[in-house]
Design a binder for this molecule. Structure first.
Ligand SMILES: [Zn+2]
Ligand SMILES: [Zn+2]
Length: 298
C-alpha cells in the first residue's frame, strides 16, 4: 500500500493538471475572442496598415470515395472550431471512422452539414446522432438553410425510419453560425444539380483566406462558376474548391468529369481544386496530372 505523502503528492499533481487544462482553455478562448474583434486591417500612424494574422481553413477528410468506390470510404470532411466538431455529410463508412478516431471524445458539440440524402452521404447519420446525443450527451445540430429542398425528407428519414426522436438533434439556421467561429465568418448552402431523384446542395464558407467551396455531388458546374464570377467582380477571392470528381470520358449524368473541368479553369484556379468523391485510382492519377490536388485522408 502506498504511503500517505505519496497519495497526497499524486492528488496535488492531479489538481494542478486540472487547473492547467482549464486555464489553457480559457486563455485560448480569450485570444480567439480578441482576434474576432480585431479588424482585418490594422491602420498604422503613417497611413499604411498591416494585415492581422489570418486563419487558414482546411478540411480533414474521413473518406474520399464515390458511392460505388467504398475502398476510399464515403466522402466526408470535418474540422473542429471552438471545441465543436463540424462534420460535412455522414455516409455509410463515416460513423466507424469517427469512432476509430475518437472524434467525439473531446468535443463539446456536434454540428452536421448535409449536402443531399444519398446513402453515401447520410448512411450512418442516424447512428452518429444517436451515439452523439445519447451516449456522449452532446448537443447535436444539423445546420440548415432555405436552399435545402431535401430537409423535410431528411427529417422524415431520421425520425420515422432511423428511429431518432426530436430531443436527439435540432435544426439550426446558418445565420446562427455567423461571426462566431475562427475558421469561417459565414456559411451557406447553394443549390446544385446532381440527379432527378434527390435535391442537392453545395456548401460555401467565407473565410479569412477567401471562399471555400464544397461542391457536394453535382454534374453541372454552373453554380461553382457563378461563385467564381461573383468573386471576380468583387474583392472576394477563391481559397479552395473541394470538387466531386469523376474520370468518365462519356458525359456523366451525376458527377463532374475532370476531363471537362480542366478546360473550364485557369491554371491558378486549377491549383485551388481539391478532388474528392473519386471513382477510381485512375481518376486520382489523372486529376494530379491535370494539375488538380486530390484530398488526402487525415
Ligand atoms: Zn455521393
Ligand atoms: Zn449523390
Amino acid at each position: 500500500m502506498e504511503n500517505r505523502p505519496t497519495l497526497l503528492a499524486a492528488k496535488k499533481k492531479r489538481e494542478i493538471g486540472k487547473f492547467n487544462k482549464s486555464h489553457t482553455k480559457s486563455r485560448r478562448h480569450f485570444v480567439r475572442d480578441l482576434f474576432l474583434k480585431t479588424p482585418k486591417y490594422i491602420p498604422l500612424f503613417d497611413n499604411s496598415y498591416i494585415k492581422r494574422y489570418y486563419f487558414n481553413m482546411n478540411l480533414k477528410f474521413l473518406g474520399r470515395g464515390a458511392g460505388f468506390n467504398p475502398v476510399e470510404g464515403s466522402t466526408s470532411a470535418y474540422f473542429i472550431d471552438n471545441n465543436e466538431m463540424f462534420l460535412i455529410d455522414c455516409g455509410e463508412s463515416i460513423f466507424k471512422t469517427v469512432m476509430e478516431k475518437k472524434l467525439l471524445d473531446s468535443v463539446s458539440a456536434l454540428n452536421v452539414l448535409i449536402t443531399h440524402t444519398h446513402m453515401d452521404h447520410i448512411g450512418s447519420l442516424g447512428t452518429l446522432i444517436l451515439y452523439g446525443s445519447v451516449v456522449k450527451k452532446l448537443p447535436v445540430k444539423i445546420i440548415t438553410d432555405k436552399n435545402m429542398g431535401f430537409l423535410s425528407k431528411l427529417n422524415v428519414f431520421l425520425i420515422e425510419i432511423a428511429g431518432l426522436t426530436e430531443k436527439m438533434y435540432s435544426l439550426a439556421d446558418v445565420s446562427e453560425y455567423e461571426g462566431k467561429y475562427s475558421s469561417f465568418s459565414k456559411v451557406s448552402y447553394f443549390k446544385t444539380k446532381h440527379c432527378d431523384e434527390v435535391e442537392s446542395c453545395g456548401i460555401l464558407f467565407e473565410t479569412d483566406c477567401g471562399m471555400l467551396i464544397y461542391s457536394g455531388d453535382l454534374y453541372d458546374p454552373a453554380p461553382i462558376m457563378e461563385i467564381i464570377n461573383d468573386c471576380d467582380k468583387s474583392t472576394k477571392k477563391i481559397d479552395k474548391m473541394y470538387i466531386d470528381s469523376n474520370n468518365d470520358i462519356k458525359p456523366n449524368l451525376h458527377h463532374i468529369s475532370i476531363h471537362i473541368l480542366k478546360d473550364m479553369l485557369s491554371p491558378e484556379l486549377k491549383s485551388k481544386v481539391y478532388c474528392m468523391h473519386v471513382n477510381s485510382n485512375q481518376c486520382i492519377e489523372e486529376a494530379l496530372a491535370y494539375g488538380f490536388n486530390v484530398v488526402e485522408l487525415g
